[in-house]
Design a protein. Sequence first.
Length: 277
Amino acid sequence: MSTKSIFLTNTAHGVVAELSQHPVLRSHWEQLSVIMKGSTARGNADRYSDIDLVMYCDERVRKTIVDGYYKAGLTQRRDGIFMFFDGKGYDGHYHVESFDQLAGYFRDKDFIHIWESQNVVPLHDPGGRFTEVVTKGTQTVFADPLAHIKRAYLDLQLDLDWMRHPLRRGDGLSAFLHCAKIVQGLCRLCYLLDARPYPPDKWLIHYLGTTRFGKQQRRRITAYGYSSSKAQTLPKHLTLMEYPLYADGAALIEAAGQFIQRVYGVQDWLQRWYNYV
């Protein structure tokens, strides 16, 4: 854990103690679960990090809290988000969500929010309610990981297929965007292959090495992404495999397909993806 994470974590405990006596919050305190998320919770906070707290409660309580803040003149917002606080040597913010919103991330397969909800530090969780929602939700959403993997793999094949026309036309910017989308899709697939949610884009590469396929292919994936900078000088009217952006992307997707087959067995949609999109 970084020195900044230790400092901010210790500070967060003090902030939570103060919030427990807040005139709006204190009467609802035992109905609230308070978690810390972000880089501080993950232990890799740096000079740019702050304290990011989320309070979870029933929707009725959430509305009461938001109304209480508004009537007290503490916020002009009515959505319960971005209630900022300042401190000595740190910055941070907190907001209020409902447990139904939290459960909804799992129902909607919102993998980024699921990832964020898994990488937290519970600072106040009466009865373990937050932990229970996340645990049950994770078990449900990854009961059939192959369904998520299939969708991600098919999307990759489509993105590669759609790149053919920009390449042949010499449309460098469009080819660049397709390449970026393929890199994003490959990175997201790395996590799904391990039955894990994927993080937001700013952390997608950072944690890639913690996945099996990502550990194997990280250098190739990042090299492929950087190679898109050459798209500005695309020649026109070549065959697809003469374009490195296409050939290298196809090779990475093929490697992903081989990994899927080794881990999950033979799947018809790996060879005949065009019949499933």
